[in-house]
Design a protein around this ligand. Structure first.
Ligand code: GLY
Ligand code: MN
Ligand code: MN
Length: 522
């Protein structure tokens, strides 16, 4: 990045121009400021030919999702921002990703514009949906050539309002018009607070202003009203909750995306296995694993869906090992927990544990087969009408029984399973399942009654991911168990008939895994 201009302010409201000498990196700006230059660079460009696309496949599904939200919030204005760029350091930002609720309700994923906002405005019995986003500037603007954050000379072509309107089958307006939405905010207006702090702040202020004006106009200036800037404004929480709960059951488009994300993830895992000779040759072999998988994620999708866990040997006992800087040594196991996130943002979340040299040792196999039994027991209870927490309970029954059989528990398996005991959880402290979709831990704001205590319905997608982790310094287990961690994680779809393991094709029995690795190493 050559730093021709002085500004990297990514704010959609106040992006400074080249003439702003206080902007970041003004000290290395080389942008010519002469009128002659401005005239020259602003002219001589061919007319743009822009094909207006047909609506994308997801558009009709997103419209149906919006209709459901509309029905839940009749007469209430809803503001659902995509969120803006987030600074990493100085003038570099993290890769942009729109908020999942915005993506869910617009169908706009990795090609969405930072700072966009979806507004559902009450209209008759329902709502009108409008997406506001920063219109591209003309070639005669300084933004075009002198704004590294948003200028097309720097970041490439940006879509027109007409293009996005046709693509998403939704009304679009320039971000400047969002001012009218702020002007129309009343005390009933709701905003998805976590998506964009600046917009949330503006809505809070607008609600206070509206309430104050109401109070004044009714001669009741001392009437208290309960909105605080930076507070929690509980009705906004209701919006976040409903949007989260609406994502618990996936529609047909989403199930297709989950299958595609899992297919891409399978390719990534297979490519990692194929690279085992290079992985074992490097000092930081775990980084090779991370990099090989990340390459597949960028080739087939938007990115990895979460930081990959590439954990060899005793690192596999560290649940969120993402430093990934260890060596990969023959004789050890590798635990790889990774998922490809597609351009639509739907992500897989898969774990496989495999022996580096292609053969499980007897104790590695013993542990592996116990975890597999727990996974299969959990899968066996999945069907419409079952309760989410029963899936975890089934896996825990096996984990308690195995660790008791092996003599690790101070009580029997039955006693350990009593809520006041739970000694077996020392070897698996995490839960067995979480919903999966646009977020790896999807539907995070759903109520417990809909999530952990929720009844399974066709279209739900969640993980089953039991594991056993014996820390290197755990004196409750024999020495040969220490430093071994195994997790098997699959992505499960609840169907009308029961359940489908969407990731079953990725080798998961001990014999399948050995054959998979052998194919790459022999
Ligand atoms: N990769 C995070 C999880 O499995 O939940
Ligand atoms: Mn998971
Ligand atoms: Mn995982």
């Amino acid at each position: 990045m050559g730093g021709m201009a002085n500004s990297t302010d990514t704010s959609t409201k106040t992006a400074p121009q080249a003439s702003d000498e206080t902007g970041r990196n003004a000290n290395r700006s080389t942008t010519p400021g002469s009128e002659g230059f401005k005239e020259f660079i602003g002219t001589g460009w061919a007319e743009r030919e822009e094909a207006i696309p047909p609506a994308r496949a997801q558009a009709a599904f997103a419209a149906a999702r919006r209709a459901k939200v509309s029905a839940a919030f009749g007469g209430i204005r809803l503001i659902i921002p995509a969120g803006d760029m987030k600074q990493r350091s100085n003038d570099t930002d993290y890769p942009y990703r729109a908020h999942s609720a915005f993506a869910h309700l617009t169908g706009w994923g990795s090609d969405s514009e930072p700072g966009a906002v979806l507004v559902l405005s009450p209209d008759g019995d329902g709502h009108t949906a409008t997406v506001y986003f920063r219109e591209r500037a003309g070639r005669d603007s300084e933004e075009f050539y002198a704004n590294p954050a948003i200028g097309e000379f720097w970041i490439g072509a940006r879509p027109s309002l007409a293009h996005v309107a046709a693509d998403l089958a939704i009304e679009t307006r320039g971000l400047a018009d969002f001012e009218h939405v702020i002007d129309a905010v009343d005390t009933a207006t709701l905003v998805l607070r976590e998506a964009d702090a600046a917009i949330t702040d503006r809505v809070d202020h607008a609600r206070i202003r509206f309430a104050a004006e109401q109070a004044l106009s009714t001669n009741a200036a001392d009437t208290p009203f309960s909105i605080e800037v930076g507070g929690d404004h509980e009705p906004d929480g209701e919006l976040a909750r409903v949007l989260s709960e609406h994502r618990l059951v996936k529609d047909e488009f989403e199930v297709g995306e989950m299958r595609a994300a899992i297919d891409a993830t399978e390719r990534g895992f297979t490519e990692v296995i194929a690279e085992l000779p290079r992985i074992t040759a490097e000092v930081r072999g775990e980084r090779v694993i991370e990099g090989v998988f990340a390459t597949r994620a960028r080739l087939d999708g938007n990115d990895i869906g979460y930081r990959s866990i590439a954990a060899a040997g005793p690192h596999a006992t560290i649940l969120h090992w993402t430093r990934n800087d260890g060596a990969v040594v023959p004789g050890d196991l590798v635990l790889l927990d990774a998922g490809v996130e597609l351009d639509t943002y739907y992500t897989a979340d898969i774990t496989r544990t495999f022996p580096v040299n292609g053969t499980f040792s007897p104790v590695q196999r013993q542990i592996y087969e116990a975890v597999l039994e727990a996974a299969d027991a959990a899968f066996a209870v999945v069907r419409p009408g079952a309760v989410f927490r029963d899936v975890h309970a089934a896996a825990m029954g096996v984990i308690a029984r195995k660790t008791a059989e092996w003599g690790f528990l101070p009580v029997s398996a039955e006693e350990s399973l009593e809520p006041e005991n739970q000694f077996h959880r020392r070897y698996m402290v995490h839960g067995t399942s979480h919903h999966l979709g646009l977020d790896v831990h999807d539907c995070a704001q759903a109520r417990k009654s809909m999530y952990m205590d929720g009844v399974l319905e066709p279209g739900m997608v969640f993980t089953i991911e039991p594991g056993l982790y014996f820390q290197p310094d755990d004196l409750t287990v024999p020495a040969e168990f220490r430093g071994i961690g195994v997790r098997i994680e699959d992505d499960i779809l609840v169907t009308e008939a029961g359940a489908e393991n969407l990731s079953v094709r990725i080798p998961r029995t001990a014999d399948e895994v050995e054959a998979w690795v052998a194919g790459a190493t022999h």
